[in-house]
Design a protein around this ligand. Structure first.
Ligand SMILES: NC(=O)c1ccc[n+]([C@@H]2O[C@H](COP(=O)([O-])OP(=O)(O)OC[C@H]3O[C@@H](n4cnc5c(N)ncnc54)[C@H](OP(=O)(O)O)[C@@H]3O)[C@@H](O)[C@H]2O)c1
Length: 263
């Protein structure tokens, strides 16, 4: 039996704890939490999280600690738990906080993992990446993968790729939402209700993603297969390209990577 503690019980911790509880893979374990907001504590308790009275108390009671507070308050939390987490696995999900930053705040002798989840965790479909410091073993990696596997996919990635992962895994859901809304808005222009058009657009994007992941066929080959000679789709594809669709996506990713590197 293991105790999994969450410091900060906001949006992301709620998604993760609910994913863990729903999965049935942690029935022998306890999920504990602490948040400065009593509303968040009450909501988490209602979901099945046992609430501790302070960050220190939570650190003492946990084998694995997930730091799920906003990056701006991370250092204050490190100072409170630093002397109580020797030998415990510490997982930070704070955007932009590197392993070096964690080692400076918590000590390079600690077991430290950095995970980048994304907002689709709310529906169990996050795309997560993680990186570790030198003290972390394969067993700790398995624990990390077990936790975050309950809210989507999780892959180990060298930290030097975290900026680009932040763009493709973290920010691109926003781009995908815009694309889905643009499809739906065009559907409305041509007579559909927005609700109808959104449902079709989102389901088609989800199906297309599944096709890319499961068929193993190159996306442009899939695109060619949809474009019959002198058909309708090829006209749409050529118009998208003429309006700089791919270049706009590349620019958007570059903008996120550049900003992330400056933070
Ligand atoms: N949301 C996302 O899509 C997403 C994606 C990737 C990574 N992340 C990372 O996940 C982390 C959490 O994000 P979130 O969206 O879940 O934020 P959130 O909803 O604001 O949750 C953070 C919670 O921590 C509480 N808190 C603040 N200081 C605390 C302290 N000293 N001790 C205990 N609890 C404290 C906050 O209370 P108050 O509100 O009262 O301050 C809030 O309830 C962030 O570091 C973020 O970078 C989030």
């Amino acid at each position: 039996m293991m105790n999994y503690g969450f410091i900060g019980l906001g949006n992301m911790a709620t998604a993760i704890t609910c994913g863990m509880l729903r999965s049935g893979s942690f029935t022998d374990d306890k999920i504990l939490g602490f948040d400065i907001s009593s509303d968040c504590c009450r909501a988490a308790e209602a979901n099945g999280v046992e609430i501790k009275k302070s960050a220190e108390d939570l650190a003492d009671s946990s084998d694995v600690l997930v730091l799920a507070v906003k990056p701006q308050v991370a250092e204050g939390v490190y100072a409170r738990i630093k002397d109580r987490v020797q030998g415990k696995l510490i997982i930070s999900i704070a955007a932009g906080k590197t392993i070096e930053f964690l080692e400076n705040g918590l000590g390079s002798d600690k077991l430290l993992v950095r995970v980048m989840p994304n907002i689709n965790a709310m529906v169990g479909a996050a795309t997560c990446a993680y990186t570790v410091n030198a003290n972390v073993t394969d067993e700790h990696k398995k624990i990390t993968e077990k936790i975050f596997g309950t809210i989507g996919t999780i892959d180990e990635l060298p930290e030097k790729l975290f900026s680009v992962f932040t763009a493709i895994g973290g920010s691109s859901p926003a781009f995908a939402y815009i694309y889905i809304d643009a499809l739906a808005r065009a559907g409305v222009q041509h007579g559909m209700t927005k609700a109808q058009a959104l449902k079709f657009a989102a389901a088609t994007v989800m199906g297309s993603a599944k096709m890319v992941l499961e068929s193993g066929v190159h996306p442009m080959e899939l695109c060619d297969r949809v474009c019959s000679p002198a058909g309708t789709t090829i006209d749409g594809v050529m118009r998208l390209q003429a309006y700089g669709f791919e270049a706009a996506v590349h620019e958007a990713i570059c903008a996120v990577v550049e900003k992330d590197k400056k933070l």
